[in-house]
Design a protein around this ligand. Structure first.
Ligand SMILES: [Zn+2]
Length: 177
């Protein structure tokens, strides 16, 4: 897919403003975002918006395919967080994202005690889910204690409790979940 295919005449300036910040290469190569970074991801402020910057790869997907369906995440098939090539961007569920995280061993990259390091969106989502787990086929519910979940994610119990108590946590992708 070439960028020109999905540039609508009406939105041409919006598209140009964004794609001029992307190192567009051939169809199957990674297209690196050249602007600001937020952690590992490209960070882009939409023109005419006073709002906070958004992850560049998410915006690239929106420009290419339309609005991201609610509850869906955009992930990289190329594992290159800066890449904005729509061909390398997959729209999936949080579960898909978590499977990816495990498959690629990203869990191991999270380090304890470094205040700057935060969890990925999918991990925060999963931690919230682990607060109450319903066992299949019965009405029983089981709660995982925070120290157990903390060990699973190699973070402090304090952070787990913080995630459980707040519904606004900054994730590594650079936005609140
Ligand atoms: Zn790529």
């Amino acid at each position: 897919m070439q960028p020109t295919n999905f540039v609508g005449r009406k939105n041409i300036d919006i598209h140009q403003a964004f794609w001029s910040k992307v190192d567009i290469k051939s169809e199957n190569e990674c297209w690196k975002f050249k602007g600001h970074k937020n952690y590992d991801y490209g960070s882009y402020r939409k023109i005419g918006s006073g709002g906070s910057p958004i992850p560049a790869h998410r915006y690239a997907w929106e420009l290419a395919y339309g609005e991201i369906p609610k509850g869906k995440v955009i992930r990289h098939s190329c594992d290159n967080p800066l890449c904005c090539n729509p061909k390398h961007l997959l729209c999936g569920t949080q579960q898909d994202n978590i499977m990816d995280i495990y498959a690629r061993g990203r869990m191991n990259t999270i380090r304890l005690g470094i205040t700057k390091v935060k969890l990925y969106e999918g991990e925060i989502w999963l931690i919230r889910k682990l607060r109450v787990v319903k066992s299949r086929g019965t009405r029983n519910t089981y709660k995982f204690p925070a120290p157990i979940v903390a060990k699973m994610f190699k973070v402090s119990s304090g952070l787990i409790l913080k995630i459980w108590r707040s519904n606004k946590m900054l994730c590594r992708e650079g936005y609140y979940i």
